[in-house]
Design a protein around this ligand. Structure first.
Ligand SMILES: [Zn+2]
Length: 220
């Protein structure tokens, strides 16, 4: 047991939920939470690499500092550790990151098609249209760079031929944003199969986008 036990427990539970809800298959995906600074160092708790979520315990959640140094946990941290650290460095108000492989969202990640802002809760929760980051190999420096560029100030981004990254001010919000992204992707696929989307009126889109920036923007 460590000072970060509660946070590790929350990361573990979110990992199990992500797996049970079918947002990943097998050991894929990874979840992290920003931890309180300790001794002037910044840390996060993150799921270990290549472990089934129903076989790991609280102590198996890794703790890593913002240089990527592994400080707690027997198993190696996720291969996407630097992606999570990159998000925390770029987005001061983000305290949780979930990388998953949700089926309908991944269809857009494979097609390379962005999801435009089609429905109101997508805009207020996720910040508008969802971009597809340029392809880069899993775990690479380019993946971090491309994902951050396409994420921008929003709460979700698609990784080409791979999956999704969703962020939030806390773990519950990041998980809700994952559910919101997948719901939006399903709706868009349905819309494309029956017709074309009717755009949200520009004034409303502007008002909802302003609300999102007020709630989630880094400049206060
Ligand atoms: Zn992945």
């Amino acid at each position: 047991m460590t000072i970060w036990n509660a946070e590790k427990q929350a990361v573990l539970e979110a990992g199990r939920r992500m797996s049970e809800k079918g947002f990943v298959v097998g050991t894929a995906g990874n979840i992290s939470m920003r931890l309180k600074e300790s001794g002037g160092r910044k840390f996060m708790a993150i799921t270990p690499t290549s472990r089934y979520y129903d076989t790991i315990g609280v102590d198996d959640i890794a703790v890593v500092d913002f240089d990527g140094k592994h400080v707690e946990g027997e198993f190696s941290p996720s291969v996407e550790t630097m992606l999570h650290i990159g998000v925390y460095k770029a987005r001061k108000r983000v305290n949780a990151v979930i990388h998953s492989h949700p089926v309908f969202s991944s269809a857009f990640a494979v097609s390379g098609m962005e999801i435009p802002p089609i429905i109101e809760d997508q805009v207020t929760y996720l910040g508008g249209g969802i971009k597809v980051a340029e392809y880069a190999l899993s775990g690479s420096e380019d993946l971090v760079k491309n994902a951050l560029a396409a994420l921008g100030p929003r709460n979700a981004v698609l990784l080409a031929n791979h999956g999704a990254v969703c962020v939030g001010r806390d773990l519950r919000e990041a998980f809700t944003n994952l559910e919101m992204l997948e719901k939006t992707a399903k709706i868009y696929i349905c819309v494309l199969s029956i017709g074309r989307p009717t755009p949200i009126p520009a004034e409303s889109l502007e008002a909802m986008s302003a609300y999102f920036i007020y709630m989630h923007g880094d400049s206060e």
